[in-house]
Design a protein around this ligand. Structure first.
Ligand code: SF4
Length: 335
């Protein structure tokens, strides 16, 4: 099977005990059945601790409830007790996979590294070169995929090319990216995906107002992971935006576009996902004036990318909320 990854994928290395924002804090990790069954067999004090820590959450999933905001197996050196005493393979699938986001499309698989992880974030923002992707083959057999992939894949290629066309200002590129998604959305809704590779950019008049501060208020209404997130959003409403290198914002746009656009194969919502990419860039640019670009990206990723409910609420708002309409996006982009 063909696997696609960002060009910096192989450079990723977990910071372990030196991580300033360890993923073993704040998030309650779901424990898969296989790991839970293994924990039943572990002897001694660690076995006892594993079994007494394992609880069912409100969704019926097994997890280790946090203790003071930390995983109960995170020791005083910020290292995982399970990993140290039983080896990495004894940790749960979620722990072993993080910060990888894996999407299986059938004939191919795509893996990204979540920008919520400081090490992955540093790799994404550690270069101003256009972000590229490479692919490799694995022994695993391909599976059938949705027919729409044949048409969506080249369209996503065009959309990524638009984003990385450095002959134009980034905001003009983002506007073209949205206009192309808007026209493509019509093809999907009319069930003519074969027209996608040739579709042109839709023409749309910008609204009188842009996205802000409505975009920040909307984010503040979503589920919050870190209690100071709403205050950060509030500060961003009044702080003057600071200049952020376009090359880095472009890499952020490409990161989101690669991760989200193809998911339209599942529900035909390509426009919503294109809006999500542009929304992320514009919000992160604003937050950067409050906490710096690296932290802005990390916080956005933690609060939005790791909460499916928040992602769904954003997609719904793009479709339903006039304050987050494509016309508002265009006005915000100055187009
Ligand atoms: S957030 Fe990233 S670098 Fe930090 S502990 Fe988790 S995987 Fe390692």
């Amino acid at each position: 099977m063909l696997v696609r990854v960002p060009d910096y994928f192989d450079q990723f290395q977990c910071l372990a005990g030196a991580c300033p924002h360890t993923c073993c804090e704040k998030w309650e990790v779901v424990i898969d059945q296989e790991s839970a069954a293994f924990y039943e067999t572990v002897p001694g004090d660690l076995g006892e601790k594993l079994r007494s820590a394992l609880k069912e959450d409100e969704d019926g999933d097994l997890c280790f409830p946090l203790n003071g905001g930390r995983c109960p197996f995170l020791d005083e050196d910020n290292l995982c007790e399970i990993h140290k005493k039983l080896g990495e393979e004894a940790t749960s699938v979620t722990c072993r996979e993080h910060p990888r986001f894996t999407e299986d499309y059938g004939p191919f698989r795509e893996i990204t590294l979540s920008a919520s992880c400081p090490a992955a974030n540093a790799l994404l923002l550690g270069s101003e070169a256009p972000l590229t992707f490479r692919s490799f083959e694995t022994e695993e057999p391909e599976e059938d995929g949705d027919d729409w992939l044949t048409h969506l894949l080249p369209l996503r290629g065009r959309m990524l090319d638009l984003l990385t066309d450095r002959s134009r200002p980034l905001k003009a590129r983002l506007a073209s990216f949205l206009a192309l998604a808007l026209a493509a959305q019509d093809c999907l809704e009319e069930d003519c995906p074969e027209e996608l590779p040739e579709v042109g950019e839709a023409v749309l008049s910008p609204a009188a107002e842009g996205l802000f501060p409505a975009a920040l208020s909307f984010l503040a209404s979503l589920e919050v992971m870190d209690p100071d997130w709403p205050a950060l959003l509030k500060q961003a409403e009044t702080v003057e935006p600071e200049a952020v290198p376009e090359e880095l914002l472009e890499r952020i746009a490409v990161y989101f576009a690669f991760r989200y656009l193809l998911k339209a194969v599942n529900d035909a919502d390509l426009l919503g996902r294109a809006e999500l990419c542009v929304f992320a860039v514009l919000v992160i640019e604003r937050l950067a004036a409050v906490c710096g670009l690296t932290e802005a990206l990390r916080r956005f990723s933690c609060e939005i990318e790791h909460d499916d409910g928040n992602l769904d609420a954003l997609l719904e708002a793009f479709a339903m909320d006039g304050a987050l309409s494509p016309e508002r996006f265009l006005a915000e982009l100055g187009q």
